[in-house]
Design a protein around this ligand. Structure first.
Ligand code: HEC
Length: 439
């Protein structure tokens, strides 16, 4: 009880202190500096000078000194330098983006510009200039040492992988194998992941305005191999770049229906076939009484509207169409256990230069015996990135079986995640808090 009162009053003291003179109380100014990492190779005077020119004078002094004047913005630059070194941890450095100063600013901490991203960029730039000077003087920060680390492989070493679709829930067909009639024509110049062709109403064909005028003969028919009887909702992957190419008609249960699509701009998007009922969009469904090839005719409405896949699903929530469109790759990394490897099933998520990322579907272990894994660090170029923490909470057993579901490392939540990485040049390895073969 007493300690609780003490805690509360200490807390309010800090708040009060901050409000009056926003100084972070610091019992012993030297304790912080004394705890700076031991870096005998650091070119001390170069570092201090560059820190002052690039970080301390232009950023820390004007914008952070009012509250951090007793630690990393000490009025004595040497002491500030020592305190700042402690915060950037050059003895276990995982990049400017991962330093507490940049991470703190990312959490909208006292940004002096209008936008957080600008403050983050200014700070990152200052740190990078400091690092460049250190690099020129022959000093490189040391990467952290992770436990049970594997060797690295190039992300580009992955091999194409097919992921099995759950046929009790899903069925799908691509434009590749569809039957099509005029004015639809097939195109192959707009590849979407693993989907290699699409259909589009020929340019110049007059659009059809109303569903009453829809022509059953002007169809691309997707032949969907449905393996499980049930009631299916209908989704299509479309690219409809403008309000003039606003969709299709469809022939469902022997009736023509409107198939409106949003303007998808330059992206391919999954759109559900719905109808307006009592001012609400309700899914249109197809009843499948026994496993069969189910034809789904999509009818011409406007030129320029593209379609490349039709999926039927019994899943009402969380429709996953990407499993049909993604080009998955398996990247295998040998574990330090005989004949065992960890495999990441990934796809290229964003390919924009400088912003490349990989979608990760799941991780699994192929091994003769089950393997216990706890706290998995995926390392890109040897570094763990704070945003790649999905697998750090894992403590599980996987592998020891040819069945995929025994191999998959379950996180307890979603197994899918994103890694910021460039598949064209980055390397992947893993580290584990615990990695042991089970008897
Ligand atoms: C108005 C006061 C104020 C200003 C200005 C301010 N901070 Fe802070 N900062 C705090 C307080 C209070 C804490 C402790 C509570 C917390 O972590 O948010 C803190 C904590 C921190 C921490 C984590 C603790 C530590 O000492 O490492 C970092 C890093 C940090 N601030 C960076 C900055 C940077 C960089 C600037 C300048 C761009 C800045 N702060 C400006 C008040 C401020």
């Amino acid at each position: 009880m007493l300690s609780r009162i003490l805690m509360i009053s200490t807390f309010s003291l800090i708040v009060l202190a901050c409000q009056k003179a926003p100084q972070i109380p610091d019992k012993d100014r030297d304790a912080d500096a004394a705890n700076r990492p031991d870096l005998p190779e650091l070119p001390e005077s170069t570092s201090l000078q560059s820190f002052q020119v690039n970080v301390y004078d232009p950023i820390l002094k004007p914008y952070c000194a009012s509250c951090h004047g007793s630690t990393f913005v000490d009025s004595d630059p040497e002491r500030a330098h020592a305190n700042f070194l402690r915060r950037v941890s050059f003895d276990k450095f995982s990049g400017v983006d991962q330093t507490p100063v940049v991470l703190k600013l990312k959490q909208t901490h006292n940004c002096w510009e209008g936008e957080t991203s600008k403050c983050v960029a200014v700070m990152a730039n200052g740190l990078n200039l400091w690092l460049l000077d250190l690099d020129a003087a022959g000093f490189k920060p040391k990467p952290p040492v992770y436990p049970n680390a594997t060797k690295s492989v190039l992300l580009s070493s992955g091999s194409p992988a097919t992921v099995e679709v759950d046929t009790t829930q899903y069925a799908g067909a691509s434009a590749e194998a569809a039957t099509l009639a005029e004015p639809f024509a097939k195109g192959t110049d707009d590849v979407d992941g693993s989907i290699l062709s699409y259909a589009m109403g020929k340019a110049g064909t007059p659009p059809i305005a109303a569903v009453a005028q829809a022509q059953a003969a002007q169809a691309i028919t997707f032949n969907v191999d449905v393996k499980t009887a049930g009631t299916y909702q209908v989704w299509a992957r479309v690219k409809t770049p403008s309000a003039q190419s606003n969709g299709f008609f469809a022939r469902i249960n022997n009736a023509n229906v409107l198939f409106d699509t949003p303007v998808t701009d330059v992206a391919w998007k999954w759109v559900q076939l719905t109808r307006n009922q009592n001012n609400q969009q309700q899914p249109i469904t197809i009843q499948v009484n026994a496993p069969a090839i189910v034809p789904v005719p999509i009818l011409f409405r406007a030129p320029g509207a593209k379609i490349n896949f039709v999926a039927l699903t019994q899943k009402v929530a969380e429709f996953d169409g990407e499993q049909f469109a993604n080009q998955y790759r398996d990247i295998a990394v040998d574990l330090p256990i005989a004949n065992s490897k960890i495999i990441a099933t990934v796809w290229e998520k964003t390919t924009e230069e400088g912003k490349r990322s990989l979608g990760v579907k799941e991780l699994r272990i192929e091994s003769p015996k089950p393997v216990r894994v706890k706290t998995i660090y995926p390392l890109i170029n040897g570094m763990f990135h704070a945003n790649h923490g999905t697998y750090t909470l894992v403590d599980t057993i996987a592998g020891g079986s040819t069945e995929r579901r025994q191999q998959v490392i379950n996180t307890g939540g979603s197994n899918a995640t994103t890694w910021i990485a460039d598949i064209t040049k980055d390397e992947l390895s893993f580290a584990f808090e615990v990695l042991e073969e089970m008897p």
